[in-house]
Design a protein around this ligand. Structure first.
Ligand code: CTP
Ligand code: CA
Length: 224
């Protein structure tokens, strides 16, 4: 049995993971989105399943595929849909990891018809989307809650503020300053900061390897 546990250290654990961008509709043919590929979240989901976890992956629009088919993938488009899907599963999970690049703003109204070009200038009024991770932190019971932070200045300070504001156990800070890190690429340079503000900078490595590092943090948590 000890052998099984070492091979499948996340057996019996339930995960909720978000991945990818969200698309916020402007009209029937246009949206506001971002360059998130979804790869980081998909890699975490596949690796968690490989380690024995039962995984629900709520994914925005992406071309990514899970390499472990036991992952239950829920495809969504908008931040509101991602919010709804997450709240359907959250109360039942042991671990939630928010790797999605959720749009912060959406058009206040969605045009029913394709918007025609007319005047020289055109303005779209935006309003905030719901902060999914913040909402999960507010109703957290025993879940181990992990967020990501994308910062370009005052990285550590801003990430610490996010830990507190969103009631996180761990944040994965993405360093866009380092070459090869962040959106689109195959590699990531991250820094872990836990809820006690212990800071652990990691080497530049593949997103699969970053996924393994994150899951090792989770495994360590369950052994404490
Ligand atoms: N997040 C979320 N829902 C949102 C916005 C963000 O769940 N509407 C989550 C992301 O998945 C990530 C974390 O919150 O895990 C931090 O996202 P980030 O964009 O770095 O921070 P924000 O809180 O959106 O603040 P800002 O963009 O202003 O830095
Ligand atoms: Ca944001």
């Amino acid at each position: 049995e000890a052998d099984l546990e070492s091979k499948l250290p996340l057996k019996g654990k339930k995960f909720l993971i978000t991945a990818g961008p969200t698309h916020e509709a402007i009209d029937p043919v246009r949206f506001i989105g971002n360059h998130s590929s979804g790869k980081m979240g998909f890699d975490i989901a596949s690796e968690a399943a490989n380690l024995g976890a039962s995984v629900v992956l709520v994914a925005g629009p992406t071309n990514c595929k899970v390499t472990n088919t036991s992952v239950k993938v829920i495809s969504v488009t908008s931040a509101q849909e991602m919010y709804d899907a997450c709240h359907e599963y959250y109360s039942d999970v042991d671990v939630a990891i928010a790797a999605a690049a959720v749009a912060d703003y959406k058009p206040k109204t969605v045009a029913a018809q394709k918007i025609k070009k007319a005047s020289e200038d055109f303005t779209i009024e935006l309003e905030k989307t719901k902060d999914i991770l913040l909402s999960l932190g507010k109703i957290k019971k025993n879940q181990f809650l992990i967020g990501f932070a994308l910062e370009t200045e005052n990285e550590i300070e801003n990430a610490k503020l996010k830990i507190q504001k969103k009631n996180l156990d761990l944040i994965v800070l993405n360093s866009l300053q380092d070459e090869g890190a962040g959106f689109g690429g195959k590699t990531n340079k991250v820094t872990f900061i836990d809820k006690f503000f212990a800071i652990e900078p990691m080497e530049l490595k593949s997103k699969e390897a970053v996924a393994t590092d994150i899951l090792n943090k989770v495994i360590k948590h369950f052994h404490e």
